[in-house]
Design a protein around this ligand. Sequence first.
Ligand code: C2E
Ligand code: MG
Ligand code: MG
Ligand code: MG
Length: 273
Amino acid sequence: RAKARGRQRYELFDEQLRLEALNMLDLESEMRRALTRSEFEPFLQPIVRLADGAVLGYEALLRWRHASRGLLLPADFLAVAEDTGNIEQIDWQIYEQVFSAIPGLEDAQAYVSINVSARHFRAPNLTASLLDLLRAYQVHPSRVRIEVTEGALLQDPEQAARTMLSLRDAGVLTSLDDFGTGYSSLSYLHRFPLHSLKIDRSFVAELKSDLSGSAAAVVRAIRALAGSLGMEVIAEGIETTAQCDALMRLDCSIGQGFLFALPRPALELTLAS
Ligand code: C2E
Ligand code: MG
Ligand code: MG
Ligand code: MG
């Protein structure tokens, strides 16, 4: 009987896998169609100086305006896009829209930070392709930044460092995203020409006003590390004034979050002015 139950469980598991695979096939073919219909678009969320809310730049965040499912978030499809390799094409469609929006932004100094998936970051021609696109849209490299997660650094650190160096030489700065959630081997950080560390929002969410607790300790440690390596720190996911105050007391002066602004369609930010 135990065996039968085991088999049943196995079949259930099997069925679930089959459904997941089907769903993935659906998503994948819809994704390829969406690429031809330009359903992917960037939203922009301001990155601000915490003390006075002045906008320093924006982060471009991918959205899928799906014909029947509505507005989809990365959590709904990014994994499939990465597994199928579609993410590269999606990313280029996003970058193209971002670059074409930059000249129309109200603030002529503000930069836009774009997310590059780990596997895409490993492409050896990334820098050259980005520079070509910047040239095509007549955007100065200083107005664009790159965000990568730790995953992009680990598989081939030498290649990652070379890419960052060539980007920096061309004037494009790099940030390490979601810092503190990955492998976070502090020993490797100095090998990468990174401009900023983005403190993951899970630490910001758990910050206590009196700065007790482990989240404050982690933020303090990241701040100290960044300071000694000459890197800037950006806090993600700031939702309350208490979190913002705590961050400033921890000497973190730049951040983004719903407290300041939600991500909005790039088109709205450029047409509004
Ligand atoms: P991320 O790069 O860490 O982006 C920050 C995420 O935090 C965004 O989620 C943003 O909407 C969300 N966020 C901002 N402020 C707050 C806040 O105050 N509270 C909370 N709870 N969340 C906040 P989103 O847009 O869903 O993006 C999720 C992830 O998808 C991004 O994380 C990034 O890793 C990836 N992603 C986004 N756009 C792109 C893209 O164009 N290309 C690639 N390859 N990945 C992207
Ligand atoms: Mg990011
Ligand atoms: Mg992040
Ligand atoms: Mg994050």
